[in-house]
Write a protein that binds this ligand. Structure first.
Ligand SMILES: [Zn+2]
Length: 124
């Protein structure tokens, strides 16, 4: 019996994360059921308000952490191969560089980077 601990035993990230995920088939998207940020990405608060380490973390980064056992590198982006921001299926997530992520994105930024890379690689 531990006497110095007061209040409920803090839950692990895993304990708090999974109840908020609608786990479906291995090829399906697993929607996030809790709060999302303005971009539609699921988020979960980690850390503690007691020691000021509490901060919101994008839920799909937690998905990668739980799937691989390490956090995505600082500065890296997590790409949704399914283009579905709230999706938590680790099979649909890939850690990429910010540049790679932009290139894959739709719209002008992606088009510009793709065009530049094409030039570089074709030697024009
Ligand atoms: Zn998905």
């Amino acid at each position: 019996m531990i006497k110095h601990m007061k209040g409920p035993i803090p839950k692990t990230i895993e304990d708090r994360y999974w109840p908020k995920v609608d786990v479906r088939g291995p090829d399906e998207c697993w929607p996030w059921k809790a709060s999302c940020d303005t971009y539609g990405y699921g988020q979960l608060s980690v850390g503690s308000t007691r020691d000021n380490t509490a901060r919101p973390v994008r839920a799909h980064r937690i998905a990668l952490f739980l799937a691989h056992g390490y956090w995505p590198k600082k500065g890296s982006h997590t790409d949704h191969l399914c283009h579905n921001p709230p999706c938590q299926n680790p099979a649909h997530l890939e850690e990429v560089t910010p540049r790679e992520n932009m290139k894959r994105g739709v719209g002008q930024v992606g088009d510009r980077i793709r065009a530049r890379d094409l030039k570089l690689h074709s030697g024009i």
